[in-house]
Every structure is written in C-alpha cells, then in structure tokens.
Design a protein around this ligand. Structure first.
Ligand SMILES: Cc1cc2nc3c(=O)[nH]c(=O)nc-3n(C[C@H](O)[C@H](O)[C@H](O)COP(=O)(O)OP(=O)(O)OC[C@H]3O[C@@H](n4cnc5c(N)ncnc54)[C@H](O)[C@@H]3O)c2cc1C
Length: 342
C-alpha cells in the first residue's frame, strides 16, 4: 500500500485537508489559505494598498493596531483634498471606503509572522487567531523616540513638532525653538530649515556640541544659539510657553521642534529574515518587495521621511506589484492544471 502527500492548489486558493482517496492508498494533502494578502498596519500605506487590492478583487484582510504615527496631531496637512483634516476622521473615511471593496478590516496587533511563498504565510494575531495567506504586506510604520525632557511627550504633534512641511506654515512668524536631540544631523539641519518659517528661531544644542563651522552657519542665518542643558518644556494653559534650562533660565517660545530617533516597527520583517541595509533598515526594491519572496513592505516602516502622501503612494505601488506577483502565480498554476482539452 502506498501513501504520499500532494499539495493541490485551486485557482487563487491553496486547499488544505487530509482526505483519503477511495482505495485508501493515497493521502492528498490540501491546504486552504484564508486570503490572498494580509496587510499588517492600517495607516496611509496599508489602507491605500488594501483599497487597490480590494478593487483588484483580491481576498484581503487588513489587521491594524490603530495607532498611526500622526494620531497625536489635531490636524494633518499637505494631503490635497484633506488639508487641515483630523487624522482620525481621515482614517475612518478611508476604512469605510476600503470595506466597500470587500476588504476585511480587523482591529488587533500581529505578534508573529512565519512561512514561505511556497507553503503560504501564517499571521499570528495577538489574543489568539492565525490567518494564512499567499502574500504579506507590512505597513507597520515607525516609533518616534523623543529625548527625555519633561513636557515634550505631552505636547508632541501639537506645539512640539519635528516636521515643518507638516505643521511649519501654521506656526510661521512665531517664536520657535529647535532642540538638539539624539538625532544630531537631523537636528542641525532642522535648525537651518525652520528658519524659513520664522525669523525668530532659537537653537538649544542641549547635549550636542556643534562645531565652530556649524555655529557660524546658524548665526549667519540669524538663528540664535542658547547654550546649556534643557530640563523642561514649560507649559501654560495646556500649551508650550518656554524652554527651561538647568540654571533656571526660561526662554519664551511658542513651538518646539525636535529631532526624534526614528525606530522602524520592523520586527515581523526581520524575524522572517528580510535583509537590512547598512543603517539597519529593511531593504526593499522600488515596489516595496523585500528579500523574502511574497513579502512586501511600504511606508514609514522602510522609509522614515515618507509623509502621508508618500506612504499612500508606496502602499499603492506595493499593492500593484503584489497583484502582478499573484497573477503570475495564478497563470502558472492554471497552465499546470490544464489538461489541454479546453
Ligand atoms: C506628530 C506627527 C504629525 C504628522 N503630521 C503629518 C502631516 O500633517 N502630514 C503628513 O503628510 N505627514 C504627517 N506626519 C507623518 C505621517 O504620520 C506618516 O507619513 C504616516 O503616518 C506614515 O504612514 P504609514 O502607513 O507608513 O504608518 P502609520 O500611519 O504609522 O501606520 C502604521 C499602522 O500600523 C499599526 N501597527 C503597527 N504595528 C502593528 C502590528 N504589529 N500589528 C498590527 N498593526 C500594527 C499602527 O498601529 C498604525 O496604525 C506626521 C508625523 C508625526 C509624528
């Protein structure tokens, strides 16, 4: 009596079961994958990708922990037709639109990712549940690590900012501070950059030591430099009113710019073995394809400067590449199972 396993794929699905054939001599292993694509993360990149894939009639599940990076801000800018919108409202609108194309949206956190393109991927959701899928798109964003200074975290995204393209126009011509953070080159560049929005900019080097040349270049553009350790951002009436130094001085300011350390939320990708570049960021090709077949990544998780519109664009690009990848597989399997009589 012989017994062997055969994996059978039916069109877009791989079917799983262990039916025993009539004469019980052959076991056919059938694997059912729940979806074509699981999108992990539902910010601008993930929602856009899910929309493109849903409109392409793919079976898609999006799993999102619901903490997009810009959530602390009351308003978003630089996204035509949504300029000034509440980020939460934009997310709600986008989720409704995506659901209209048959995409399943689950609230939850993915805690594990395993598998291969050949066998399919298993997506482990925290609090139980595993989803199986032909391909994965990771759009989990990044974490902004701020310097440990009292008051910074409380006002992050409102009058403690990092990106003048997002919120610089709203604080134009007002007293601005730039804090030297752990991200030295970013901070020094920021001090020069925000000068474009106001002629009243104070740079607090805090724990970084600018070179003479860097100091000269800042002063030449009218940026004031105030030395000393910053101990606190002074808040009054729930808003920034100044920057306090260790010697007790308070420099009145209305807005503080700071350079966070950008930490990609890429554990799912690295645990699968995705290659990283020299800076430790997961390497992707221009379509978002990682080094692991069947796994794509888009948005801030692989591209820290990406704004909402870039993250959305990267999500769209990855979705189209992913769909082409699945299509190539669909064609191959259809040809392999075609007996030539049709
Ligand atoms: C304070 C602030 C204000 C900003 N304002 C603007 C602005 O006005 N205009 C602009 O263009 N850009 C703005 N940005 C930048 C903008 O936030 C990013 O461009 C954008 O969020 C990137 O989108 P994303 O989809 O890559 O990641 P995100 O929007 O961060 O989305 C990632 C999603 O994945 C989820 N997630 C993470 N891990 C998991 C997991 N394991 N399982 C399931 N889900 C997970 C997160 O909860 C989150 O919902 C701002 C950034 C900050 C910090």
């Amino acid at each position: 009596m012989t017994s062997h396993s055969v994996a059978v794929r039916l069109g877009a699905r791989t079917v799983s079961a262990r039916p025993v054939t009539d004469d019980e001599t052959e076991t056919v292993e059938l694997i059912v994958l729940d979806t074509d694509v699981v999108v992990i993360g539902g910010g601008a990149a993930g929602l856009t990708a899910a929309m493109v894939l849903g409109r392409s009639r793919r079976r898609v599940t999006l799993i999102d922990a619901g903490e997009p990076r810009n959530a602390p801000s009351a308003h978003l800018h630089g996204f035509p037709s949504r300029d000034g919108a509440d980020p939460a409202e934009m997310a709600t609108l986008a989720r409704d639109e995506v659901r209209d194309y048959g995409v399943e949206i689950r609230t939850g956190r993915v805690s594990g990712l395993d598998g291969t393109e050949e066998r399919g991927f298993a997506v482990q959701v925290e609090d139980g549940g595993v989803l199986t899928t032909r391909a994965v798109l990771v759009t989990t964003g990044l974490r902004d690590e701020l310097p440990e200074i009292a008051g910074l975290r409380e006002r992050w995204g409102n009058d403690v900012l990092h990106c003048p393209y997002c919120h610089g126009f709203e604080v134009r011509d007002t007293p601005l501070a730039v804090l030297g953070g752990d991200n030295r080159p970013f901070t020094l560049h920021q001090a020069q950059l925000v000068r474009q929005w106001s002629d009243d900019v104070v740079f607090f080097p805090h724990r970084i030591t600018p070179t003479d040349d860097e100091r000269h270049r800042l002063r030449a553009r009218g940026v004031r430099i105030v030395e000393g350790e910053v101990t606190r951002i002074v808040l009054e009436g729930g808003a920034v009113s100044g920057v306090e130094l260790a010697d007790g001085r308070v420099v009145p300011r209305r807005t503080v710019f700071v350079g966070p350390r950008f930490v990609p939320r890429d554990r799912l990708l690295t645990s699968l073995g995705c290659e990283v570049d020299d800076n430790g960021w997961v390497r992707v090709d221009p379509s978002g394809r990682t080094s692991v077949a069947g796994v794509w990544a888009a948005g801030n998780v692989v591209d820290s400067p990406a704004q909402l519109i870039n993250a959305a664009g990267a999500g769209s690009k990855a979705a189209i590449a992913l769909n082409h990848h699945l299509l190539a597989d669909d064609i191959e399997r259809a040809v392999a199972s075609d007996d030539g009589t049709g």
